[in-house]
Ligand binder design. Sequence first.
Ligand SMILES: Cc1cc2nc3c(=O)[nH]c(=O)nc-3n(C[C@H](O)[C@H](O)[C@H](O)COP(=O)(O)OP(=O)(O)OC[C@H]3O[C@@H](n4cnc5c(N)ncnc54)[C@H](O)[C@@H]3O)c2cc1C
Length: 377
Amino acid sequence: MKRLVLVGGGHAHLSVLDKLAQKPLPGCEVILITPNRYQNYSGMLPGWIAGHYTREQSRVDLQPLVAASGVTMITESVTAMSADARSLTLSDGQQVTYDLLSLDIGSETQTEGLSALGTRLLPVKPLDDFFDQWPEIQKKAAHQKEYALVVIGGGAAGVELAFAAQYALQRVGAQGHVTLVVSSDGMLKGHHPSVRRRVMAYARQVGIVLYQQAATGVVDGLLFADGHRIYADQVIAATGAKPLPWLRQSGLTLNEQGYILVDGCHRTLSHPEVFAVGDTCARTDVQMARSGVHAVKAGPVLADNLYAVLADSSAHLKTYQPRKSSLYLLACGPQYAIASWGRVSFEGRWVWRLKDWIDRGFIKRYSQINESSVNKN
Ligand SMILES: Cc1cc2nc3c(=O)[nH]c(=O)nc-3n(C[C@H](O)[C@H](O)[C@H](O)COP(=O)(O)OP(=O)(O)OC[C@H]3O[C@@H](n4cnc5c(N)ncnc54)[C@H](O)[C@@H]3O)c2cc1C
């Protein structure tokens, strides 16, 4: 009996669980280790903040999925790993060994320079914590005069969070305002200038104040490079990704930032029995943005590769080939969105409807798999 261990219930592992439900792996025990039976979906987080979705609509319940796929789920976090000993240590002290391992553990938020903010700081990741804490922030904003909410981060996540928060504060009748702080090299790097123009125009229209300057956290707000300070009741950090810290001692080969180095088949460079996918990995053959699109699209390739290696460790594996440009749909708060696709951009209520259809479809796909749906097939 071989043991395949999946760590993290991230986007790509949903595909692996789906495949296991459709085509069980005889002679193999499969374990999923993930801190929470619910997998929150970041694509719907801005819509949840804005009040378009409930929390239940914005996540996948892994329990029916693991039941259908015959997988044992352990709801703990991995806190350490020895790749040479093929062993994982979990938050409850348990040791789990494996023959084949796949890591889809995402990333954390880079909060360097912001720690002086203490409890005023809320990083967007881990998402579980963000989902738990946002309702409290909204409640405070509704009851406090001139609530100052700052979102720091000029990527797609920062922009969407600022728009969503502004809309949410309006909806609850808060007298607060939202400020978006982006680094000196500007917002939405890698997107076409027309997308930036649309986003800036929309931010102006809804009254979001924009700062384009490096900032550090102080006890009651942010201090900019030019010495200017702003007060903040709450700072939401969407300041980019950083890898999980325990990877440093794992024995896996990492890049300088600490991401797991993988080849085009998502096999680690150092340990052929370990695969990594999504935000936690860095491809050696192509430059790939840390975005859910790639974690989703690499999922079926990962699933096929895990099956192939279990059948024959020297099997020929598939490569995940990322497309040159991906479609990004930026939610604007109300049911309105801006699209960015290579050199093309567009916006409107219909763009929101497209995003809504894609996102709901993603959740629905994995929420429909359960023991009875599999038995019927
Ligand atoms: C507000 C926001 C909006 C976004 N919108 C989009 C979008 O529209 N399109 C897009 O392409 N990207 C978007 N992204 C980026 C996207 O969230 C990430 O790129 C994506 O989640 C990465 O997927 P993943 O599978 O690598 O990890 P995740 O989806 O983060 O999954 C990681 C999993 O690992 C688990 N885990 C973490 N640590 C451990 C541990 N120690 N032990 C065990 N399990 C662990 C987690 O609980 C989770 O289940 C957005 C990000 C944010 C913040």
